[in-house]
Design a protein around this ligand. Structure first.
Ligand SMILES: [Zn+2]
Length: 350
């Protein structure tokens, strides 16, 4: 996976009047994210992870785009590092997750006329050395929550993502980390009806707090937020409720602002990177169940963490002619993506 950077630095496509072309893409902030991967590389080195440092620096140094007759451009190939903390890969995952999750919700809505409920389930903040264990406990508590009789009866499908944010403080002793679960529950179409309330299927907040407390096996009342998607439908420029909800739930579990932040003292940034790296080892943060799992499987959406980071949106229509493939390389000296090759009329590429 190591591309020679020296080789690519030498390859810069220069126009007749000596201009070099840099990458413009209003859909994705390539340059900004690439700069952050370089910063992450430095922090990884200082945190004692030289292999990760090298991978982060090498992430997305090489990009190819399909350019279509309509002017549409789509990423065709890239060398992503796929590290959990990589700001470039986090950006790609977030886009793919929002796209795939909205497809899943649309399908479940179509097939089952399902309604959706959004939950945020929290646990008390924990210090860095307990973060990994707490992530494991959250996943187990989620399973116990689902196994409760009333939940089982009401919830026909679900998606959950564990998100981690850090306390506001910049000193070690401050506020620790705040891992929590964002969940989307699919329920029957008559869930909001009077009969459903009478049948005791309806979940209210006080009840959910008790249930989550029981599932967590803690002696305090954990904070639980609940929201539903009523109203807002497609058309009239209003974003579909499911897409908006999917975006909310799929904000990637980790935000690079938590450690790539100029305002953060470097020793603190290094400490956060160590805590995250150790806590996240071999842990899956997202999962699907029931109707949502069936839909996710059918839509190649099951793996939101390690899935394809190249295709993160709907492809252009088949009839649109591919006219060109553009190659960009990250130019370490210039700190930008620079056009290195253009294949006009690439006959055999689809
Ligand atoms: Zn990456």
């Amino acid at each position: 996976m190591n591309y020679s950077t020296r080789y690519r630095e030498a390859q810069v496509l220069v126009s007749a009047d000596g201009e070099v072309t840099t990458l413009e893409d209003r859909r994705f902030d390539w340059r900004e994210r690439k700069e952050k991967t370089m910063r992450l590389g430095d922090l990884y080195d200082k945190a004692g992870y030289p292999d990760y440092a090298a991978r982060a620096r090498d992430c997305a140094t090489f990009l190819q785009f399909n350019v279509y007759q309509s002017g549409e451009r789509r990423l065709r190939t890239a060398n992503f590092c796929k590290l959990r903390l990589c700001p470039m890969c986090i950006g790609r995952r977030a886009r793919r997750s929002a796209w795939k999750l909205s497809q899943v919700l649309d399908q479940v809505e179509r097939e089952h006329q399902a309604k959706f409920i959004f939950l945020t389930l929290t646990v008390e903040n924990v210090p860095g050395e307990q973060l990994g264990n707490t992530l494991g406990q959250l996943a187990q508590a989620w399973q116990r929550f689902l196994d409760q009789r009333q939940i089982k009866r009401t919830v026909k499908g679900w998606f959950r993502a564990i998100e981690i944010t850090r306390g506001d403080g910049i000193r070690k002793a401050d506020k620790g980390y705040h891992p929590h679960i964002h969940a989307i529950l699919a329920v029957d179409p008559d869930y909001f009806s009077r009969s459903s309330r009478q049948a005791g299927k309806y979940l209210n907040q006080a009840d959910l707090i008790d249930r989550w407390q029981k599932a967590l096996r803690v002696d305090y009342k954990p904070s639980v937020q609940i929201a539903t998607t009523k109203g807002k439908r497609k058309g009239g420029g209003v974003e579909s409720a499911s897409l908006a909800a999917a975006k909310e739930a799929s904000k990637y579990p980790i935000k690079d602002e938590e450690y790539i932040d100029p305002a953060l003292p470097e020793d603190r940034a290094i400490e956060i990177i160590r805590d995250y790296t150790e806590a996240l080892r071999r842990r899956r943060l997202t999962a699907f169940g029931g109707w949502m799992k069936d839909a996710a499987r059918a839509l190649d959406a099951e793996d939101l963490e390690d899935g394809d980071l190249v295709h993160t949106e709907e492809d252009v229509v088949r009839t649109d002619l591919l006219v060109m493939v553009e190659h960009y390389g990250w130019h370490f000296g210039a700190g930008d993506f620079i056009l290195s090759n253009r294949e006009i009329n690439p006959l055999d590429v689809k």
